[in-house]
Design a protein around this ligand. Structure first.
Ligand SMILES: Cc1cc2nc3c(=O)[nH]c(=O)nc-3n(C[C@H](O)[C@H](O)[C@H](O)COP(=O)(O)O)c2cc1C
Length: 443
C-alpha cells in the first residue's frame, strides 16, 4: 500500500501561534481563555483525520527586544499570553475520540518524576493519545522564572535532556502492563511487577516506582524539533516525531535524509522517526481568492512584532540595529537553526531588518501554501514524493478557520488521491503513526 501522509496541527494555548497576524485577523476568535475555543480547533482537526495537534510552549513573556517586556505585551506576540497546554489538551481530548495531543515540557526546568507522572496520567485519561514535545528551552527569561540567573549552555542542556529521558523511561517502565490486579477478594496489584528504579545520575536521582500504573502507550510518543547537530542526535536517539521549519525543498530534503541516517546510526529503524515540515495554507475556491486571503493576512503582520519574537527565539536584542539596513552578521544564542534560515533568506532576497521582521511576523519563516484545494494538494504531494516529509504540520492564519478549510477542502482532495487516511483505524497516537509497541531503552 502507498505510504500515507500524516497530518498534524500546530497550536499554542494563545491567540498567537506562528502567525502574529492571527489575533488581529477578523476571522480569528480571541476566546483563547475558554475551553470551547480549543474544542472547536480539536473537532476541526479530527474532521480532517489529523494524527495529532501539538502545543508549543515557552515559559516566559518575551523581553529580549529592548530588554523590556512592554513592547511584547502591547504588540501581542508569541508567548505573551499562553495557558498551560496540559490542561487544554484534556478539554480537547474530551471533545474528540481519536485525535492525538502533544504537549511541550522542558527538560531544563522540570523534574523527571513530575513529568513521568503527568504524562502517564494524561495517557490514561486520553486512552493513549498523548505525546511529549521535548524541549530544552533557550532563553534567560525562562531561566529567571525558575530562579536561575541564565540558562544552561546548549551542550549541557542536551546532556541533562538525555539523562532526563533515561530517568523518565525507567519510571514509565516501573509498572509492568499487567501489574494492576484489583482483586476485590485478593491483591490490589502484583508487587513482583512494580519496581523501584533507583536512578542515580549526574543530574537526577529518583527512586520510583511511579504512582501511576502502566498507561495505554506505556509512555507518551516523543516529539522534538532539534536543528543543531546535537539536537538532531538527541532526536535520532529518542524521538518518534520531529518538526522542522525550512522554506526550501532542498533544505527539507537534506534535513530528512540527515535525520533518517542519524536514526539508523543510533541503531533504530528510520521508519520509527516521522519528520514533519511546517506550512501555513491559504485555501480558496479560486487561486485569486486564495492569493487575496494571503495578502490580507500578511498585511496585518507588523515588523516590530516579528523582531520581538525573533529576539526571543535567538536570544539577541535586534532593537539596537537600524530597521532599514540589512541583517548584521551577529552571533546569537537560542535557536541557532532558525537564525541560519533567517540569515539565508535575508541574503538571498536582500531583506532589510524591517522586511525580515514582517516575514517573521507572518509566520516564523514557515512557507505559505496558496491556491485551490487541488493546487495545495499538488504542493504537498510534490514535497512528500521528494523525500522531504512523512507528514505535515499545518499552522494557522486564523483559528479555527484555517483548520476548518484544510479539513473540509484539502483533505477530501488528498483522500480522493489516496494520499491520506480515509478513517482512523487505530485507537492510540502510536497506532495513527504506525509505530509498534514501546521497547524501553535505558542506555
Ligand atoms: C516547529 C518547532 C516547534 C518548536 N517548539 C518549541 C517549543 O514549544 N518550546 C521551545 O522552547 N522550543 C521549541 N522549539 C525549539 C526547539 O525545541 C529547539 O530548541 C530549536 O529547534 C533549536 O534546535 P537545537 O536545540 O538543536 O539548537 C521548536 C522548534 C520548531 C522548529
Amino acid at each position: 500500500m502507498a505510504k500515507l501522509m500524516h497530518l498534524a496541527g500546530f497550536m499554542m494555548a494563545s491567540p498567537v501561534t506562528h502567525s502574529h497576524a492571527m489575533w488581529r485577523h477578523p476571522r480569528s476568535s480571541t476566546r483563547f481563555l475558554e475551553a470551547s475555543y480549543y474544542q472547536d480547533v480539536a473537532r476541526a482537526a479530527e474532521r480532517g483525520f489529523f494524527d495529532f495537534v501539538f502545543f508549543a510552549d515557552v515559559l516566559a513573556v518575551p523581553g529580549r527586544y529592548g530588554n523590556d517586556i512592554r513592547q511584547a505585551v502591547e504588540h501581542g506576540v508569541q508567548s505573551v499570553a499562553t495557558l498551560d497546554p496540559s490542561y487544554v489538551a484534556l478539554v480537547m481530548a474530551n471533545a474528540t475520540r481519536h485525535l492525538g495531543l502533544g504537549i511541550t515540557r522542558s527538560t531544563t526546568y522540570y523534574a523527571p518524576y513530575d513529568i513521568a507522572r503527568a504524562f502517564a496520567t494524561l495517557d490514561h485519561l486520553t486512552q493513549g493519545r498523548i505525546a511529549w514535545n521535548v524541549v530544552t528551552s533557550n532563553a534567560d527569561a525562562e531561566a529567571n522564572n525558575f530562579g536561575f540567573r541564565q540558562h544552561l549552555a546548549h551542550g549541557e542542556r542536551y546532556q541533562r535532556a538525555d539523562e532526563f529521558l533515561q530517568a523518565t523511561s525507567k519510571l514509565w517502565a516501573s509498572w509492568e502492563p499487567d501489574a494492576l490486579l484489583l482483586e476485590k477478594q485478593g491483591r490490589f496489584a502484583d508487587a513482583d511487577k512494580v519496581h523501584v528504579v533507583d536512578h542515580q545520575g549526574e543530574w537526577f536521582q529518583t527512586r520510583g516506582p511511579l504512582t501511576v500504573p502502566a498507561s495505554p502507550q506505556r509512555r507518551p510518543a516523543i516529539m522534538q524539533a532539534g536543528s543543531s547537530s546535537r539536537g538532531k542526535d538527541f532526536a535520532a536517539r529518542w524521538a518518534e516525531i520531529v518538526f522542522e521549519i525550512d522554506p526550501t525543498p532542498e533544505g527539507r530534503q537534506a534535513y530528512y535524509r540527515d535525520l533518517k541516517a542519524r536514526t539508523a546510526a543510533a541503531g533504530r529503524d528510520p521508519n520509527d522517526i516521522k519528520i514533519f515540515p511546517s506550512f501555513i495554507p491559504f485555501v480558496g475556491e479560486t487561486e485569486a481568492i486564495a492569493r487575496e486571503k494571503q495578502a490580507y493576512h500578511n498585511a496585518l503582520a507588523d515588523p516590530i512584532s516579528g523582531l520581538i519574537t525573533l529576539s526571543a527565539h535567538v536570544d539577541h536584542d535586534f532593537s539596537v540595529y537600524p530597521l532599514d539596513e540589512s541583517l548584521r552578521n551577529v552571533d546569537v544564542g537560542g535557536n541557532t537553526g532558525l537564525f541560519d534560515v533567517a540569515r539565508r533568506i535575508s541574503q538571498q532576497d536582500n531583506l532589510t531588518l524591517r522586511d525580515l521582521g514582517k516575514l517573521y511576523a507572518q509566520g516564523v519563516l514557515l512557507p505559505q501554501l496558496v491556491g485551490t484545494a487541488e493546487q495545495i494538494a499538488d504542493q504537498l504531494e510534490a514535497s512528500f514524493d521528494n523525500e522531504e516529509a512523512d507528514g505535515f504540520i499545518i499552522s494557522a492564519a486564523y483559528l479555527p478557520g484555517t483548520f476548518d478549510e484544510f479539513s473540509d477542502f484539502v483533505v477530501p482532495e488528498l483522500q480522493r488521491r489516496g494520499r491520506v487516511r480515509q478513517q482512523y483505524t487505530g485507537t492510540t497516537l502510536r497506532d495513527h503513526l504506525g509505530l509498534g509497541p514501546v521497547e524501553f531503552n535505558f542506555n
